[in-house]
Write a protein that binds this ligand. Structure first.
Ligand code: UDP
Ligand code: MG
Length: 316
């Protein structure tokens, strides 16, 4: 099979018929063998009836339906697990992404050899409250992930070599960072294609402004996991040792000052009035805590069943 189209949807009943027939037309015009995987993320409208109706006239349509709303990432992850096509294309269900982009995305994966091609909504039809913070978000994501050529990390329209989607785990709200996840898994040939974007025709956006707060928190934790996930001691141990050292120097300073004061008639030293006393207390306690956290972290990773999931590219 050439292409799997994975479409997460949450209350998008109005858009689905147009989307399905558009994809069908593009696939037939280009003679692609394909499947459409609708992942219904707990819709409360009649999306499911609509999909059943569509499937009756097109056997290449399949559907997985969640019992409740889990989020876009779990929906994509589920679609990825089931995708059978050589190239896997994800797109939003709201008709903001155009199926006409599929042939070129497919070509970039199969002929240009990209592992992942991300859409770039260069001209966006979204409210300013969304496009402005998005610029900042993408700049941060570029810096943290080291993928400098992407302008639009969170574009719903993306194409993947099948291998890639089988080896990444999209959980929580990590769909915003799939290129970063792919890069961490060793799929570094990541390209971009300017794609046509449309204003939402039906329904409303499913993400509010909290997307930016959560987006940054996710980026921070992903960065931490990437860097220290299987060696937490390198982070906590270093920080803990540094703090302990500062605390230790402060203790020595306090001791010296006290001894000097005891042997002098003019120099008076009150332990509890010295800044070094408080520094020594805080920093030694914090240092030990960080060190122990690192130690516990190491014990956890040692026992994690995933610690040896190294992705092997080739073996003879
Ligand atoms: N979506 C989903 N589960 C959710 C939220 C959204 O499957 O909890 C789907 C939604 O139906 C759409 C896609 O994810 O197909 C992108 O959502 P939306 O268009 O609301 O995001 P925006 O374009 O505003 O960024
Ligand atoms: Mg949308």
């Amino acid at each position: 099979m050439d292409i799997s189209v994975v479409i997460p949807l949450y209350n998008e009943a109005e858009s689905l018929p147009e989307l399905a027939s558009w994809i069908e037309r593009v696939m037939n015009e280009n003679n692609f063998s394909y499947e459409i995987l609708f992942i219904n993320d707990g819709s409360r409208d009649n999306s499911m009836e609509v999909i059943r109706g569509l499937q009756a006239s097109n056997p290449y349509i399949h559907c997985v339906s969640f019992s409740r709303n889990y989020g876009k990432s779990p929906a994509l992850d589920t679609g990825f697990a089931r995708a059978k096509g050589d190239v896997v294309i994800t797109m939003d269900a709201d008709l903001q992404d155009s199926p006409d982009e599929i042939p070129e995305l497919y070509r970039m994966i199969t002929e240009d050899g990209y592992d992942l091609v991300s859409g770039w909504k260069k001209k966006r039809y979204d409210p300013l409250s969304k496009t402005m913070p998005t610029k900042l978000f993408n700049a941060t994501a570029r810096k943290v992930s080291g993928i400098h050529n992407l302008h639009d990390f969170n574009c719903g329209l993306k194409a993947y070599r099948r291998d890639v989607v089988k080896h990444i785990e999209v959980y929580g709200d990590m769909h915003r960072y799939i290129p970063y996840l792919a890069k961490n898994a060793g799929y570094g040939k990541i390209g971009e294609k300017v794609v046509h974007h449309q204003a939402r025709k039906y329904g409303v956006s499913k993400f509010g402004l909290d997307r930016f707060v959560n987006g940054y928190l996710d980026l921070a934790s992903l960065w931490f996991q990437t860097k220290f996930g299987i060696k937490p001691m390198h982070f906590f141990g270093l920080l803990g040792s540094l703090m302990f050292l500062i605390g230790f120097i402060a203790v020595v300073t306090v001791l010296i000052l006290k001894i000097v004061a005891m042997n002098s008639d003019t120099f008076v030293f009150y332990l509890t009035k010295s800044v070094y006393f408080y520094l020594s207390l805080t920093f030694m306690v914090l240092g030990v805590q960080f060190f122990c956290t690192g130690f516990v972290g190491e014990l956890i990773t040692r026992n994690s069943s995933e610690r040896r999931n190294y992705l092997i590219a080739e073996e003879f």
